[in-house]
Design a protein around this ligand. Structure first.
Ligand code: GLN
Length: 245
């Protein structure tokens, strides 16, 4: 069987806060289960491979984000075709914004996105920076991560990844905490504002992505539970800081 192909899109542009680690976590959690996996990096002067199983878009500064979306315009057909045949796309922050109709540029100008999901990102009055806790229906325990973004995303009917218990997520500022949501799930696209890297901090989310491609996952060998322990520790610290428990 050919190895699971994890395609990191423009790591030289979109890899802020260690988002490249998402690829390493996916490859590791596949390999320790006996599933061979390879990481393929595609830079902005290359077109995307059509054969990927999981495509990753990371976060980035505004200029890098614009350079990335411009380079990706000619590869939208390849990416959509891959998703149509069952590949998955996981996107973080700038990566999430890129997938939508438009997002704010360096001075707030409107940059046309890839239009793969009907969401809209607009500039906020300030940056949202800090720890985030998100409750998703996909998992029993909340997801944790770190966010740093000025853009706010209106999902316009697309399903969120989860409700924000702590932090801003897609919104923040004027949006009441009880109304805040993070990320999106649309077909084979799953996206979030969480850095960390998100999949290192949330091994269940990594396994969810792998299972979407592979189906039922074999159990993990002994020693791998360290990732769950670290995730629980982080959830506990955030819960204690914000809810006193
Ligand atoms: N440049 C985008 C924003 O500020 C995304 C930032 C990021 O990926 N952390 O909204």
């Amino acid at each position: 069987m050919s190895p699971l192909q994890i395609v990191v899109i423009h790591p030289e542009l979109l890899g802020t806060y260690g988002d490249f680690g998402n690829a390493r976590v996916l490859a590791h959690r596949a390999q320790v289960r006996g599933i061979s996996a390879e990481i393929i990096c595609t830079s902005h002067d290359q077109s995307l491979p059509a054969t990927g199983d999981i495509y990753l878009l990371g976060g980035g500064e505004d200029r890098a984000q614009i350079a990335s979306v411009d380079a990706l315009r000619s590869s939208v057909g390849i990416l959509s075709g891959a998703l149509d045949r069952g590949a998955q796309l996981f996107a973080v922050c700038a990566g999430l914004q890129i997938l939508g109709e438009s997002f704010p540029g360096v001075t707030g100008e409107i940059i046309t996105g890839l239009g793969m999901v009907p969401i809209l990102s607009l500039p906020g009055s300030d940056r949202i920076v800090g720890e985030v806790l998100v409750q998703s229906d996909l998992f029993d325990e909340p997801l944790t991560g770190f966010e740093n973004h000025r853009g706010r995303t209106d999902l316009r009917g697309v399903d969120p990844l989860g409700r924000v218990l702590v932090g801003g997520g897609n919104g923040g500022g004027a949006i009441a905490q009880s109304e805040r949501v993070d990320g999106l799930i649309a077909g084979n696209i799953l996206a979030t504002y969480l850095h960390g890297p998100a999949l290192a901090r949330n091994p269940d989310l990594a396994d969810h992505l792998l299972a979407r491609v592979i189906g039922g996952l074999p159990g993990l060998p002994e020693g791998e539970e360290i990732a769950d322990l670290l995730a629980a520790e982080r959830r506990g610290a955030l819960g204690a800081a914000h809810f006193g428990k």
